[in-house]
Design a protein around this ligand. Sequence first.
Ligand SMILES: [Zn+2]
Ligand SMILES: [Zn+2]
Length: 244
Amino acid sequence: MSTPLSLFDLAEAFRKPGCPVCRLMRRDVEKYIHSLLFEGYKFPESHERFQASRGLCNAHAWQMAESFKGALLNIGTYYAGALRQLLRDLDAPDLGGAARSGLARLLGGGAGEGGSALADRLEPRGPCVACTIHRTSEQLYTRTIGEQIADPRLAEPYRASEGVCLPHFRMALRQASPAGQRELVAIQRGIWEALLADLDLFREMHDHHHTGEFMGEEGDSWLRVLRGMAGEEGMFGVADGGKK
Ligand SMILES: [Zn+2]
Ligand SMILES: [Zn+2]
């Protein structure tokens, strides 16, 4: 079996702080938004998909705003198309073919279309395109961890790292063989035990000094445990395309 490229990406990401899956997902989404804004911009299909999903979801819209301040014209053009489509849908006639616009019927009250039917029509018709990448990327890296953990090129940097966040650890476990599961648990348990020891030391030092000044490794253990259990900021509860 050939080695997937994702194994090398993971090995490199394990050498940096935080969960490598979270980190690579963010990188992949960033790359995707870049290609959407620059290469994809020339193709009508990109604009159609963007319009169908009513732009990007909350998390990815703000990631784009934050990371691509040099592409404001392209962002504005994509959103102008999405807004134009939204206005068309607002005015779309009923199946009954009534001549009045949806908004006019709504404002007119009476036997007009209910607000919830109009609200339904304003729902996205496709997933946020960045969420699609977010999910695909998450699947790829958690599967690689689950399936390739016997490979020392992955296991060694994993063992020396901050580990995988809890949600991604669960996903990796579910894709591992029984032997792979044992290996994963052994590595991650060691990381969590060391983290707990740091956290206990952190609390002790805090009690004694009421300051972080004398702290070593344990100084940021409160942050490591937070991202280790919850995952990196904005990584979960986002890939739902804005729906429940
Ligand atoms: Zn993660
Ligand atoms: Zn999204």
